[in-house]
Design a protein around this ligand. Structure first.
Ligand code: ADP
Ligand code: MG
Length: 200
């Protein structure tokens, strides 16, 4: 039997670090011999979800589509990295319960730090009231209740955040060896993050 699959779902505001972390984690896992796929929100919106907008209904549809593909790949032994804002808790949890092995990573970063990064000037425009439906400023972001991993890109380096995600993933991939299941994964999550992850 092939190695068990897994979905690593990175959620967080635009610019928080989802794509960066996903790419680095993917690189490490490929080197270790895993089959890996990255589903990046920006890329998905150009093809699978082309035509969808930013209403709650469209955002939820986008996440369900990504979840559907992630589930298929996970069932076939792929380690899937999803990097998508995924602002609504309910649909994130819906996807979590569909996918047998699932790790939620909350990539946290305060809006004022993101507004300083702001490579595309989007936060500046949103904060000036010029952009509707901009998550975290003019549209909601619901912080995860119990993510398996929390990283804070305002205080951690990319390497530190990547290492934290890899650590959690390794634990699950090891636990999943044998019967292809990670017993109790969704029932017994790790304890709440410590003070270094107090942004949650
Ligand atoms: N700990 C960290 N994790 C991820 N990105 C970080 C971190 N610290 C700083 N950054 C920087 O933040 C930016 C994140 O951009 P990106 O990955 O495109 O965000 P997102 O995909 O969430 O919109 C990059 O320029 C990255 O170098
Ligand atoms: Mg991105």
């Amino acid at each position: 039997m092939s190695a068990p699959g897994l979905t690593i779902w990175l959620t967080g505001l635009s610019g928080a670090g989802k794509s960066t972390i996903a790419t680095h984690v993917a690189g490490h896992l490929v080197q270790k011999g895993h089959r890996v796929e990255v589903l990046d929100g920006d890329v998905v919106r150009q093809n699978l979800s082309a035509g969808l907008g930013y209403s709650k209904a469209d955002r939820d549809t986008n996440i369900r589509r990504i979840g559907f593909v992630a589930d298929l790949l996970t069932r076939h032994g792929v380690v899937v990295l999803v990097a998508a804002i995924s602002p609504y808790r309910e649909v994130r949890d819906e996807v979590r319960h569909k996918i047998e092995r699932f790790v939620e990573v909350y990539v946290s970063c305060p809006v004022d730090v993101l507004a300083e990064r702001d490579p595309k000037g989007l936060y500046r425009r949103a904060l000036a009231g010029e952009l509707d439906h901009f998550t975290g400023v003019s549209d909601p972001y619901e912080v995860p209740d119990a993510p398996e991993v929390v990283v804070d890109s305002s205080v951690e380096s990319v390497d530190e955040s990547v290492a934290r995600v890899l650590q959690a993933v390794e634990r699950l991939l090891t636990a999943g060896r044998g019967n292809g299941r990670a017993p109790g994964l969704t029932q017994s999550r790790p304890a709440a993050p410590g003070p270094s992850s107090s942004a949650i």
